[in-house]
Structure formats: structure tokens, C-alpha cells
Design a protein. Structure first.
Length: 242
């Protein structure tokens, strides 16, 4: 009843109301499904080669529901070109391996990706902002190998709480959201244009300009071809740059 009244009120508001109705509908639709709880460890590193070029590297491991066992390994790297301090472009490769335990037997899925990435970094007052666009070419192999392409749109902010004047040390809050869209061959994945959404809220500490650590909560909403999953994720993230 409350949801119906709220939806009617918001639907009267042009554009923003319609967007709100979609978001609220998706949120409550997700909660209608059984939620899973996972843990993620995410390590990300930028190795500076010179003023223009960097090597990017990510390593991520994820747990199954209720932290039962490690079921995902993701390794990702790229060569990044810096146009200036705000704009960069990268070409990269990623490998992902999933395993699912059914009746004591593991079923494996392997995925190889190439990707292109544009990154824009800027500040709003002292808050550090990142906007990222990524296009992935995906080869997923289970019983057969399937190809698809996916676009990812990411925005994040690091908001100083207790830091020094230059935000080179201290505590901060992190907020980010990423939308995934299947742009080609959606029939080979979840048969939907909208692939998934991840929202992450965290509390972090900056030890120096080279090292950040964050721990937080991610709400992961992912529709599949025959079902919709939502996952509550506790993520520990370590970010380094040398």
C-alpha cells in the first residue's frame, strides 16, 4: 500500500518522477527475491612508467553465499595513457574464473575479456571524483564459448572526513555506482540490455597519496534470464599507486 501511494505521487513529477518510480520498483522487486551475502577482496594498483604511461592491475576474489567458499577469481591489467592529469585512456585484458558447488561437485566457468576504458578525474571542492566508461569484449566459456560486448558506466566520490588540508592523509567516506549494459549478443548472457547495477558505500583511510584502504557495503542487483538476484556484499579494497 505504501509503495503504491509513493509510486503514484512520484509518477506525477516529470522525468525525475519516472526515474524514481523505476528505481523504487527495481529496489523492491530485488527485495522480493532471496538475498545472498558475499565477501569480496579487491586489490587495485597503478604502476607509473613515466609522465604519460601507467600499468593498471586489479586482483579480486569473491566468496559464495554466506562466505561458504571462494567462488570467483578476477585478474585484470591494462596499459593506460594519460592525456593530462584529468583524462586518460586504457587498453586492457581480464581473466575471470567462477566455480559453483552443487552436491559437492564444482562446475567451472571461464571468461576472457579485452576492454577499452576512458577515465576522467576531477574535484568538487575537496571531494575527489572519478567518472569512467568501459567497453568490454567478453568470451565466456562453460559448455560452449559465447561472445558478447558490455558497456559499463561508473562514478565515484571520495569525501574527506578527518584529513589534512591536502587530503594526503586521513579518513574519508566513499560512494560509488556502476551500471552494466549488454550492447551486443545479449542472448549469450542474461538476454537483457540491462545487465546489472552495483552501489557501494564505504569508510576509508588514506595512509598517504599512494595507499588507500576501504571497507564497505555493496548492493548488487543482477537480473538473469529467468530470475533476479540481489546480493549484499562486504568488500575490503586496497588501492595503491607508485
Amino acid at each position: 500500500m505504501i509503495l503504491e501511494k509513493l509510486t503514484k505521487i512520484l509518477s506525477r513529477i516529470p522525468l525525475h518522477g519516472n526515474i524514481a518510480v523505476i528505481l523504487i520498483g527495481s529496489y523492491f522487486s530485488g527485495y522480493a527475491q532471496q538475498a545472498e551475502t558475499q565477501g569480496w577482496l579487491f586489490l587495485t594498483h597503478t604502476q607509473k612508467l613515466n609522465q604519460n604511461f601507467d600499468i593498471l592491475f586489479d586482483a579480486q576474489t569473491r566468496s559464495a553465499d554466506k562466505f561458504d567458499y571462494a567462488n570467483t577469481l578476477l585478474l585484470r591489467t591494462a596499459l593506460n595513457y594519460n592525456f593530462n592529469s584529468a583524462h586518460s585512456f586504457a587498453l586492457g585484458y581480464a581473466y575471470k574464473k567462477d566455480r559453483e558447488r552443487i552436491g559437492g561437485i564444482y562446475d567451472y566457468t571461464n571468461e576472457n575479456r579485452t576492454y577499452e576504458q576512458y577515465l576522467y578525474t576531477f574535484r568538487i571542492s575537496k571531494t575527489e571524483m572519478i567518472v569512467r566508461g568501459r567497453l568490454e569484449q567478453r568470451w565466456v566459456k562453460n559448455e560452449s564459448k559465447n561472445f558478447s560486448q558490455r558497456a559499463r558506466i561508473f562514478i565515484s566520490g571520495q569525501i574527506p572526513i578527518f584529513t589534512d588540508t591536502g587530503f594526503s592523509n586521513g579518513m574519508y567516506a566513499g560512494v560509488q555506482n556502476e551500471i552494466f549494459l549488454n550492447v551486443t549478443n545479449k542472448k549469450n548472457v542474461n538476454k537483457r540490455f540491462f545487465d546489472q547495477n552495483r552501489t557501494f558505500l564505504s569508510l576509508g583511510y588514506r595512509w598517504s597519496k599512494e595507499v588507500d584502504t576501504e571497507i564497505g557495503y555493496m548492493y548488487w542487483y543482477k537480473p538473469e534470464s529467468e530470475d533476479t538476484f540481489r546480493r549484499n556484499v562486504i568488500q575490503l579494497q586496497v588501492t595503491t599507486s607508485f
